[in-house]
Design a binder for this molecule. Structure first.
Ligand SMILES: Nc1ncnc2c1ncn2[C@@H]1O[C@H](COP(=O)(O)OP(=O)(O)OP(=O)(O)O)[C@@H](O)[C@H]1O
Ligand SMILES: [Mg+2]
Length: 153
């Protein structure tokens, strides 16, 4: 098995694959073992909800998958690329091009509209301004989809 490409299964190749992800927060007090050996596979088009009680480590897991925090151990592939060993500059490009995060506490740029906040990564990536990047109105209402649930304890 290659160390840089995720192992492929029978179905579509995973968009996210994690093996044994761990993260311990070390602050002032006792260490907090927020993520302890998470294995996770998400395939393209899948809609997954991570559920669990407050403090179970949901946000920490999403921060690891989104490249906002680094795991202490474990492996992570995004779209087939082994990313857990990426340096910060490479993560910055990957986050700008391929990852969207809606934060628990918003983290929006306060003097921009919501649409402008959504468009910001496209602006930073210098996408052409010839067409609106975010449709201001949608003609069809999206059909609600039920997520696959991953429970954190
Ligand atoms: N930067 C940090 N430093 C120290 N401890 C942290 C840090 N971030 C999170 N923790 C601790 O790690 C544990 C998991 O936190 P996390 O925010 O991932 O939980 P959560 O499941 O998202 O909770 P909630 O449902 O309240 O959002 C908690 O005990 C939290 O206090
Ligand atoms: Mg949270």
């Amino acid at each position: 098995m290659s160390d840089t490409t995720a192992p492929s299964g029978g179905a579509a190749a995973p968009i996210v694959r994690a093996e044994g992800l761990t993260k311990t927060h070390r602050g002032e007090g006792a260490p907090v073992h927020a993520v302890r050996g998470v294995d996770l596979t998400v395939r393209p088009g899948e809609f997954v909800a991570v559920t669990g009680p407050s403090g179970a480590g949901k946000s920490t897991l999403l921060h690891l998958i989104g490249g906002l925090q680094r795991p202490d151990s474990g492996k992570l592939w995004l779209d087939g690329q082994r990313v857990d060993e990426y340096r910060e500059a490479r993560w910055a490009v990957l986050r700008r091009r391929s990852i969207g995060v809606v934060f628990q506490f918003f983290n929006l740029v306060s003097n921009l509209t919501v649409a402008d906040n959504v468009e910001l990564p496209a602006l930073l990536a210098s996408l052409p301004r010839s067409r609106p990047r975010v449709p201001r109105r949608t003609s069809r209402r999206a059909r609600p989809r039920r997520p696959r649930e991953v429970h954190a304890r």
